[in-house]
Design a protein around this ligand. Structure first.
Ligand code: COA
Length: 333
């Protein structure tokens, strides 16, 4: 096994130049859920920390939400003029194809740009950032429009109390660019996949069997306990590896932005890693688990209100269906 302390990060000087977010209007509270399944506000808050989530309209899809997030990014000062690549991170695309990225490109009127969807479930935004970074580092792109959006309510079984309490809808957009010659901003990174655990969290597609389980219903299914244990073990170890790569202590991290899967779970991970709760940015309280959108939904408001400042060391960590994970430590610029 590799000694994490000896793994050097592939550094880079990527920069998130602007961000924007969007969530649908309709709120689904714990009290609403308690009227349709056998659960209580107390149970949900004590197990997950979640209070409400947003639900897309029947005629509102992932590309619509991603487009709205890009419009917010423009209002926040982001310019699309020099965008030459669109990456859309999602596991709930409007269609199998065309891609969400192509829909967004078309509606924004972008010309001569590459467009791909990237499916890494709740690690989507982080994998998207990693791929954007590779395109920028190699000079294949100069300005990547990275969007992450999910319509999870459309694949959630609202009669299953163990999953319907967790998930919500939303989207975010980031303009990712590179400052060549500037000091490194990516101080550590880890990408990893554990496909053997794939059957613990899935939605079937053309194939309805996974790991001996047959599920033709096209809903999201999860073994919550198994995913919980997996995350606690693997993400805690992943954080230690990132810190070793960056030669930092946990208390030198200014902001920790884990995937907002479940408040209780990510607080346990932070505690094990030695990161104080006050230094965590989360979105689960009011948005539930929005998969690929959860990290930017937590990060964008903290950038907008000045909590995240230039020079801050920010650890971002996505993990989820696959099961896959991708974490980075960035020096904010
Ligand atoms: N309200 C009340 N009771 C519920 C419930 C709900 N919404 N959901 C499940 N229960 C019940 C179960 O039926 C079970 O009852 P039983 O003991 O009579 O069989 C009991 O609570 C315990 O179930 P369990 O699944 O062991 O609960 P848990 O403490 O593990 O909490 C999750 C369930 C889903 C909240 C938790 O496992 C979790 O969050 N896991 C991680 C999920 C996650 O983050 N996924 C995304 C990763 S990207």
């Amino acid at each position: 096994m590799l000694d994490p302390a000896r793994v050097r990060a592939v550094t880079s000087s990527l920069r998130i130049a602007a961000m924007g977010t969007y969530v649908p209007e309709r709120r689904l509270t714990n009290a609403d859920l308690a009227r349709s399944v056998d659960t209580t506000d107390d149970w949900i808050v004590s197990r997950t920390g979640m209070r409400e989530r947003r639900i897309a309209r029947d005629d509102e899809f992932t590309s619509d939400m991603c487009l709205a997030a890009v419009r917010a990014l423009e209002r926040n000062g982001g310019s699309l003029d020099a965008v030459d690549f669109v990456i859309a991170c999602t596991v709930t695309p409007d269609y199998a194809f065309p891609s969400v990225a192509a829909r967004v490109q078309e509606q924004l009127g972008l010309r001569r740009v590459g467009a791909i969807d990237l499916g890494a479930a709740c690690a989507g935004f982080m994998y998207g950032l990693d791929v954007a970074d590779a395109l920028l580092e190699t000079g294949r792109a100069r300005n990547v429009l990275l969007v992450a959006g999910e319509s999870l309510s459309k694949i959630t079984d609202y009669t299953d109390r163990s999953t319907c309490i967790l998930f919500g809808d939303g989207a975010a957009a980031a303009l990712v660019t590179i400052d060549r010659g500037a000091p490194a901003t990516v101080l550590a990174r880890r990408v990893n996949s554990d496909g053997a655990a794939g059957r613990e969290l899935f939605q079937t597609g053309l194939r309805s069997e996974i790991g001996g389980v047959v599920s033709p219903d096209r809903y999201l299914h999860q073994n919550g306990r198994a995913v919980y244990e997996w995350a606690l073990t693997n993400i805690t170890a992943g954080i230690a590896e990132l810190l070793a790569q960056a030669e930092m202590r946990a208390d030198e991290i200014d902001w920790f932005v884990p995937h907002s899967a479940n408040g209780r779970m990510i607080e346990s991970i932070a505690k094990r890693a030695g990161i104080a709760r006050e230094r965590m940015l989360t979105s689960y309280e009011l948005h539930g688990n929005t998969s690929s959108a959860s990290i930017p939904l937590a990060l964008a408001p903290a950038i907008a209100d000045g909590r995240v400042k230039r020079g801050n060391r920010v650890m971002l960590y996505g993990f989820g269906g696959g099961l896959v994970e991708c974490g980075m430590i960035l020096r904010w610029s």
